[in-house]
Design a protein around this ligand. Structure first.
Ligand SMILES: [Zn+2]
Length: 91
């Protein structure tokens, strides 16, 4: 059973955004959206635009996960129907 792998949260349209810091001490603290430096007080994104992009990406990913789960259920039902059909036909 293959579960949908989480996509990397890198959105190409959000490259130039946010009040990026001058770098230096913030090493290791990168905005997970645009990859730019972020202040340590901020949790994941460097600014409002990246937070919005992150939120959109997470919603889209949640939607994809739901879609994949629904497809798996439908697939299971289809397989069950096939088995039942076989039984009925061989009876
Ligand atoms: Zn950013």
């Amino acid at each position: 059973m293959s579960r949908a792998a989480p996509l990397p949260l890198r959105l190409p349209q959000a490259r130039t955004c946010g009040p990026h810091l001058g770098g230096g001490e913030g090493a290791g603290l990168a905005c997970i959206v645009c990859g730019g430096p972020r202040a340590s007080g901020r949790r994941e994104a460097c600014g409002a635009r990246c937070r919005a992009a992150l939120s959109r990406a997470r919603k889209a990913e949640a939607q994809r996960t739901r879609d994949a789960e629904i497809l798996a259920v439908v697939d299971g039902i289809a397989r069950l129907c096939g088995l039942l059909k076989q039984r009925i036909e061989s009876a």
